[in-house]
Design a protein around this ligand. Structure first.
Ligand SMILES: [Zn+2]
Ligand SMILES: [Zn+2]
Length: 332
């Protein structure tokens, strides 16, 4: 075989024929705009149903075991309103986190035409996801459950049956916060109830029999403690992620891929939707719209061109690279 000078390889490899784009065709039915986002994952759907069931169980015990039988009317009304409001906000945040597109990259956009239209310059690469055939912008990762590349993916959470990403992180943070708050509130009420019942006649404490009442309250205690610990840790981790502008995945990869971060306040404002206001805590108010992706966002700069040159010395190596799509189009 004839050896061709290195720079020729570079020219050849820049031609899209070598990028195997024929494998990538846009999805046949893109779906009408505004279609509801919902992940059809059995495990995730089961976890989401369990979450709702546990909140409704707490609701039942708080109302029918503790508040309604209580003779202190003011105590019951105030605690009933606070608990129900927090539970409603928790479930609303759960729905929003589950049914909001977390920031999916258009599927199958790694087409020949699209890559050509980006007009890559020397030192520029695009990262192609071999699983969903999309071009990954910076900070996007592929989720094997959602089967999509998600912008600023933090993790896939089965409890909300969705990825936590750029567009729904606010709802996820609110969900963990409200669940932690109702858990704490329920625990405090159980504590008061036990104290009150030990002082008074136990049989007048609840409309259920004493053994049933104790079992229901102890189960609520376990549930409250478990959820309080789990969701407050999650809430803390998420707030830390937002303040440091670093997703869970990026934290794991930090040593290999150091990157520039934005100021923490800017990141917090973008996640929760503008300047500080009560809307930050409202699951019905949307976070800031992410900036639409421009051509520039799909293309990434290679750190050092010489790294690429050094490996392109022989024809065989170049042939290998060609198969891996590794010069312009990098499978991640
Ligand atoms: Zn992907
Ligand atoms: Zn996912």
């Amino acid at each position: 075989m004839m050896l061709i000078p290195t720079h020729h390889f570079r020219d050849i490899e820049r031609k899209p024929e070598y990028l195997q784009p024929e494998k990538c065709v846009p999805p046949p039915h893109p779906g009408p705009v505004g279609t509801m986002w919902f992940i059809r994952d059995g495990c995730g759907i089961a976890c989401a149903i369990v979450t709702w069931f546990l909140v409704l169980y707490a609701e039942f015990v708080v109302l029918f075991v503790m508040l309604i039988p209580s003779r202190d009317y003011v105590y019951s009304v105030i605690n009933g309103i606070v608990f129900n409001l927090l539970a409603f906000l928790a479930l609303a945040s759960h729905c929003r986190a589950m049914l909001t597109d977390p920031g999916a990259v258009p599927k199958g956009n790694a087409t020949k035409e699209f890559i050509e239209s980006l007009q890559l310059k020397p030192g520029q690469v695009v990262y192609k996801c071999p699983k969903c055939c999309s071009i990954k912008p910076d900070r996007a990762h592929h989720c094997s459950v959602c089967k999509r590349c998600i912008r600023k993916m933090d993790h896939h959470c089965p409890w909300v049956n969705n990825c936590v990403g750029e567009n729904n992180q606010k709802y996820f943070v609110l969900f963990t916060m409200y669940i932690a708050l109702i858990s704490l509130h329920a625990l405090i009420m159980v504590g008061f109830h036990f104290l009150h019942c030990f002082e008074e006649d136990w049989t007048k404490c609840s409309s259920f029999s004493p053994p049933t009442t104790v079992i229901l309250l102890i189960l609520l205690c376990f549930e409250g403690l478990l959820f309080l610990i789990f969701t407050s840790v999650m809430f803390g981790t998420q707030v830390h992620s937002i303040c440091t502008d670093e997703t869970g995945i990026e934290r794991l990869k930090r040593k290999h891929q150091p990157r520039e971060r934005r100021a923490s306040w800017k990141s917090v404002k973008e996640t929760f939707g503008g300047d500080f206001s009560p809307n930050w805590f409202n699951p019905f108010s949307r976070p800031c719209d992410p900036e639409p992706l421009s051509d520039r966002d799909w293309v990434r700069q290679v750190a050092s061109l010489s790294d690429m040159d050094n490996t392109e010395t022989t024809e065989e190596q170049s042939e290998e690279r060609k198969d891996e799509d590794s010069v312009e189009v990098i499978d991640e």
